[in-house]
Design a protein around this ligand. Structure first.
Ligand SMILES: NC(=O)c1ccc[n+]([C@@H]2O[C@H](COP(=O)([O-])OP(=O)(O)OC[C@H]3O[C@@H](n4cnc5c(N)ncnc54)[C@H](O)[C@@H]3O)[C@@H](O)[C@H]2O)c1
Length: 351
């Protein structure tokens, strides 16, 4: 951070989630003051509890779409507002679609108002899904995407696109220093055992000794970025990026879901079967970020996939309170039989 770190007062909306809690920890470690506002819809109280050990940390349990948030927070003189608040996970779209739309629209507006009042820098976390099911590879920020505005994924995709439009518009109209990041699949410590995105789902299923669903034939591709590299990217964008600009942040090595499953088993030593099935929603064939723009600011990803998965696995075991010697779920053992045993069954994964 280029400012004196004691002058840095950050509001992180969605800070009880995986990315927000890692961002909060990094900023606190650098000496900043951090408030998290979160309604805990997909985030975790355990993440908040861990952050609460820092004396410069505050937590407000609130929905960002509630207009009362402006009155409550606009006098706190934030220097930075990070908007990461949105329910996540494709399987959650059916259940939380309306909340996705409201967080990305009303929530984004409320947080922009706070940033304007505080004269804070504002960062909006958008998604690779703003590109929809792309027909251009890799996706550069200039690519406008292929999105069905009324398709089954639209509450998330169109919500984020609306959030981007509002952020850009407000930046121009009211002189708020705004930046937009389009985040591609990111994983790492502090993921919830209930998270049904691909890496946590593979890990929790393997730990439980249950088949891992792979949709279609598993040849769809994704890229994966460790959350530490993501946090580096967000901070680089905020410090060195241009106001009003959009930046992709993601891993740039493509891997099929089928190969990811092998990589997860190799990294953890767990064994298990894949259950191939039709997708419950339209799937995207591939996603691949062009990160040239972010790299031009000096950013590079550092953490290899296998090491990152191993670390995420250890973190999930700890958060699931895996007991070392319970025999009940023997299938949770690692290949050599020395691995842990599940103490707390994870939630069922997506249908
Ligand atoms: N992790 C990824 O791969 C990825 C990819 C693309 C975009 N993103 C975006 O990054 C952000 C953080 O994602 P994450 O992976 O940490 O997900 P997450 O689900 O772990 O975190 C999202 C947080 O937002 C909170 N939240 C949701 N609606 C809210 C509301 N109305 N008011 C207050 N809090 C609310 C949730 O409780 C949760 O703590 C999200 O906006 C997500 O769309 C993440």
């Amino acid at each position: 951070m280029s400012m004196n770190s004691t002058e840095v007062r950050c509001l992180i909306a969605g800070g009880a989630g995986c990315l927000g809690t890692n961002l909060a920890r990094r900023l606190l470690d650098q000496g900043a003051h951090v408030d998290v506002v979160d309604n805990l819809s997909t985030g975790r109280q355990a993440n908040v509890d861990r952050l609460s050990r820092h004396r410069n940390f505050g937590f407000i349990k609130m929905d960002v779409a509630d207009p009362a948030i402006c009155r409550r927070l606009q006098r706190r003189r934030y220097s930075h507002v990070y908007n990461l608040a949105c329910p996540t996970g494709v399987p959650n779209i059916k259940r939380l679609g309306e909340q996705m739309l409201m967080a990305s629209s009303a929530g984004t507006l409320n947080l922009l108002k706070i940033a304007r009042r505080c004269k804070a820098k504002y960062l909006f976390s958008s998604t690779a899904e703003a590109y929809g099911d792309p027909d251009v590879f890799p996706q550069a920020e200039t690519y406008v995407g292929r999105v069905d505005p009324v398709g089954p994924r639209s509450p998330y995709e169109e919500g984020k696109r609306f959030g981007e439009a509002l952020t850009r518009f407000w930046g121009g109209k009211y002189g708020v220093e705004v930046r937009i990041v389009r985040i591609f699949n990111t994983y790492g410590p502090a993921m919830s055992p209930k998270d049904q995105r691909v890496i946590p789902q593979m890990l929790t299923r393997l730990i439980a000794g249950r088949p891992v669903p792979i949709y279609g034939d598993g040849t769809q591709t994704r890229t994966f970025l460790h959350v530490d590299d993501l946090v580096n990217g967000l901070l680089v964008v905020v410090e060195k990026g241009d106001s009003g600009e959009v930046y992709n942040v993601g891993g740039d090595e493509q891997i099929t879901v089928r190969d990811l499953f092998s990589a997860v088993k190799k990294a953890t030593g767990l064994s298990g079967e894949a259950a191939f099935r039709d997708h419950f929603i339209e799937d995207h064939r591939g996603r691949w970020p062009d990160t040239t723009k972010l790299r031009a600011l000096g950013w590079r990803p550092n953490i290899p996939l296998e090491a990152g998965i191993r670390q995420s696995y250890q973190d999930l075991l700890a958060s699931m309170e895996i007991k070392p010697a319970r025999a009940a779920f023997g299938s949770a053992r690692s290949k050599d039989g020395s691995g842990p045993v599940l103490g707390d069954r994870p939630q069922p994964a997506a249908p």
